[in-house]
Design a protein. Structure first.
Length: 165
């Protein structure tokens, strides 16, 4: 699965994993993504997910859905020179960007979700090999790059401020 391979029904996998009668998460009635609004700033969100294993979920609005990665060590606020594993997960509906709550035990992703940060972002590159964005959040600012390694695995890095010019 890659960020660019979302033809047809972009939220099919998301819906398949969730029963709206059992989870408080938003579950759209159809697998179609939302409609992208031209000329508006694209949004990002980072959610803290206290699941079986704590991780951040890093989500970028694109083509009417939230392209998503799970980041076990969290999205860094500062450049610490380290690459972190980011596992590509299924696209989420746009309304998920506002979701905070408790996914019940036994359901997919069971545990508490809170918003770590959100804001807008600009895209420098977005394809199957590399995603390079500049975040404008309250905690997260500046350039971040995701590099595809293999399968669902990507590496996430915060770029040094000097590289953001
Ligand atoms: Mn998660």
């Amino acid at each position: 699965m890659s960020p660019e391979r979302r033809a047809g029904a972009p939220l099919e996998e998301y819906r398949r994993r969730r029963d709206p009668s059992r989870t408080p998460e938003p579950v759209p009635a159809t697998s179609r993504g939302g409609r992208s609004i031209p000329e508006h700033a694209l949004s990002f969100v980072v959610q803290e997910h206290h699941a079986r294993r704590f991780h951040h979920d890093f989500r970028l609005e694109r083509d009417g859905v939230l392209v998503s990665w799970a980041v076990p060590r969290g999205v860094p606020e500062r450049d610490d020179g380290r690459m972190r594993l980011a596992v590509h997960t299924e696209d989420h509906p746009l309304e998920y960007a506002a979701f905070e709550g408790e996914i019940p035990a036994g359901e997919y992703g069971a545990g508490t979700v809170t918003i770590f940060d959100h804001g807008s972002y600009e895209t420098a590159r977005f394809d199957d090999h590399e995603v390079k964005v500049t975040l404008h959040g309250e905690r997260l600012h500046g350039a971040y790059v995701l590099v595809h390694t293999d399968g669902k695995n990507w590496l996430l890095k915060k770029m040094a401020a000097s590289a953001e010019a």
